[in-house]
Design a protein around this ligand. Structure first.
Ligand code: NAP
Length: 307
C-alpha cells in the first residue's frame, strides 16, 4: 500500500515528488507515455527562475527527477490504463498490474494536439513547436507560421509577431473559432498574414534536421504550393490526459479536471497538479507550483487521517 502515487513525470509530477519524498512519504511516480512532460519536447527554457543562462527542457526535468529520487521517490516507467477511485484505497492499473494507494496526485498533463504528419513529428524541437512562449524567442527576424483558428492561434501569432520578420497564420476553414476581439487584434497586426481554407500537407526538411518550409494546399481549389518557414507553431488545441479517470474525477466538457479549490478534486484524497487542470497558464513554473500545492495537501490529508 502506497501513501501517495503521482501520475505524470512533468514539472507538476516531479515537483510533487520532491515535496512528498522530503516529507518521507516515499512517493511512487508513474512516468506515463510522455515521460518528462511537455518540457521534454522543448529546447532551451529561459523563463524558469534560477537559470540565468537558461536550461534545456529535458535537462531541467531530468534534474527535477534526480532531485526527487535523492529524497527517496521511486519512478515506474509505464502507462496507467485503468483506475478505480470508487473507494479507498484507490486502485491504479499500470499496464496490467494493480497497485493501491491512500492518496493520488493526478499530474498527467495535457498533450498538445499535433497535425500528425510524419515529418512534423520528426522535427519537434527543431523548428516545430507547440509553445510560442517557450520557443518564439529563437525566431527573431525569421519566418514564422502558426496553425490554428482559435484564441490560442491568435494569441500566439500576435506574440510571435514581436520576433518574426513575418507571421503567416494558416487555418483550415474560412470562419474562425477565435473570439472577435482576439481575431480583430491579429487582423490589425500588419506583420500577420492570414491563409484560410489551407491545410498543411508536409513539413520540410528532415534530411537537414531543421524546418525549412512546408507544403500547403487550398482545400477549395486543391492548389498546392511550398512556402519557406523557419518556425512552425501548432496552436490547434490541447488534450488533457484524463481518459482513465472518466466518470470518476469531475472534468469540464473538454476533459480538464474541475478544481474544488487548492489542489482538490471532487474525490477526497485525489489531488490535481499542472496542465491536467490548467488551460490558462500552462507554464513549467506554474505546473511546478501546482505540484508543490498538491504535495502539501497530500501531507495534510494523510496527517489528518493519522498516517
Ligand atoms: P480551440 O479553440 O479548440 O481551437 C483549435 C483550433 O485549431 C480550431 O480553429 C480548429 O479548427 C483547429 N484545429 C484543430 N485540429 C486541427 C487539425 N487537425 N488541423 C488543422 N486545424 C485544426 O483551441 P485553443 O485555441 O487552444 O483554445 C482553447 C480554449 O482556451 C478556448 O476556450 C479558448 O477560448 C481559450 N483560450 C483563451 C485565450 C484568451 O482568452 N487569452 C487564449 C488562448 C486560449 P476548427 O475551427 O475547424 O475546429
Amino acid at each position: 500500500m502506497r501513501n501517495v502515487v503521482i501520475i505524470g513525470s512533468g514539472c507538476a509530477g516531479n515537483t510533487a515528488a520532491i515535496y512528498t519524498a522530503r516529507a518521507n512519504l516515499k512517493p511512487l511516480v508513474i512516468s506515463g507515455h510522455e515521460a518528462g512532460g511537455q518540457l521534454s519536447l522543448t529546447t532551451l527554457v529561459e523563463n524558469f527562475p534560477g537559470f540565468p543562462e537558461g536550461i534545456n527542457g529535458p535537462e531541467l526535468v531530468e534534474n527535477m527527477r534526480k532531485q526527487a529520487q535523492n529524497f527517496g521517490a521511486e519512478y515506474l516507467a509505464g502507462n496507467v490504463v485503468d483506475t478505480d477511485l470508487s473507494g479507498r484505497p484507490f486502485r491504479i492499473n499500470i499496464e496490467g498490474e494493480w497497485i493501491e494507494t491512500r492518496t493520488l496526485i493526478v499530474a498527467s498533463g495535457a498533450s498538445a494536439r499535433w497535425l500528425g504528419l510524419e515529418n512534423e513529428q520528426k522535427l519537434i524541437g527543431h523548428g516545430v513547436s507547440s509553445c510560442a512562449t517557450c520557443d518564439g524567442f529563437f525566431y527573431r527576424g525569421r519566418k514564422i507560421m502558426v496553425i490554428g483558428g482559435g484564441d490560442s492561434a491568435m494569441e500566439e501569432a500576435n506574440f510571435l509577431s514581436r520576433f518574426g520578420s513575418e507571421v503567416t497564420l494558416v487555418h483550415c476553414r474560412e470562419e474562425f473559432r477565435a473570439s472577435k476581439i482576439m481575431l480583430d487584434r491579429a487582423r490589425a497586426n500588419p506583420k500577420i498574414k492570414f491563409l484560410t481554407n489551407t491545410m498543411v500537407d508536409d513539413v520540410y526538411d528532415v534530411s537537414k534536421g531543421v524546418v525549412t518550409g512546408v507544403r500547403l494546399r487550398n482545400v477549395k481549389t486543391n492548389a498546392a504550393w511550398d512556402q519557406e518557414v523557419d518556425g512552425f507553431f501548432l496552436a490547434i488545441g490541447h488534450v488533457p490526459n484524463t481518459k482513465v479517470f472518466k466518470g470518476q474525477i469531475e472534468t469540464d466538457a473538454d476533459g480538464y479536471i474541475i478544481s474544488k479549490g487548492g489542489a482538490r478534486t471532487n474525490i477526497q484524497g485525489v489531488f490535481h497538479a499542472g496542465d491536467v487542470q490548467d488551460r490558462v497558464y500552462r507554464q513549467a513554473i506554474t505546473a511546478s507550483g501546482a505540484g508543490c500545492m498538491a504535495a502539501i495537501e497530500v501531507e495534510r490529508f494523510l496527517e489528518a487521517e493519522g498516517h
